[in-house]
Ligand binder design. Structure first.
Ligand code: FES
Length: 126
């Protein structure tokens, strides 16, 4: 069974899971890092509900990048706007886990909605 380690501020939490037993919570792709996190009560931000429309689920993959699904254009385009982007960055809601992975959650995420940035729900900025 795959293991995923999430690192928050240096503290590690590892979960081992049976992909077939995950209860999909409709946040991100089924079997994604976000899906795994939410199934195990790991508080990973996901302001857009796992639709590749924010960057609050940004993670930096420390080990096991080849054990994640290939990045699609939609994820790549959104990820370009992430704070602290690295070559090992992924959106947790889009990266489907196929093997062991270690990922770190950056200290800050870009939350346009919560921080009153460029996006205002239901309105267009002039
Ligand atoms: Fe918004 Fe992943 S939750 S991009």
């Amino acid at each position: 069974m795959p293991k995923v380690t999430f690192i928050f501020s240096g503290a590690e939490t590892t979960v081992e899971f049976d992909r077939a037993a995950l209860q999909y919570r409709r946040h991100g792709e089924p079997g994604s890092l976000l899906d795994v996190a939410l199934n195990y009560g790991i508080p990973l931000e996901h302001v857009c509900g796992g639709n590749a429309a924010c960057t609050t689920c940004h993670v930096i993959v420390r080990r096991g990048m080849s054990n994640l699904s290939e990045m699609q254009d939609e994820e790549s385009d959104r990820l370009d706007t992430a704070w602290d982007l690295t070559p090992d960055s992924r959106l947790a809601c889009q990266a489907i886990v196929n093997g062991d992975v270690v990922c770190e959650v950056p200290a800050y995420t870009r939350n346009y909605v919560g921080e009153g940035g460029d996006i205002e729900l239901g309105k267009r900025k002039p």
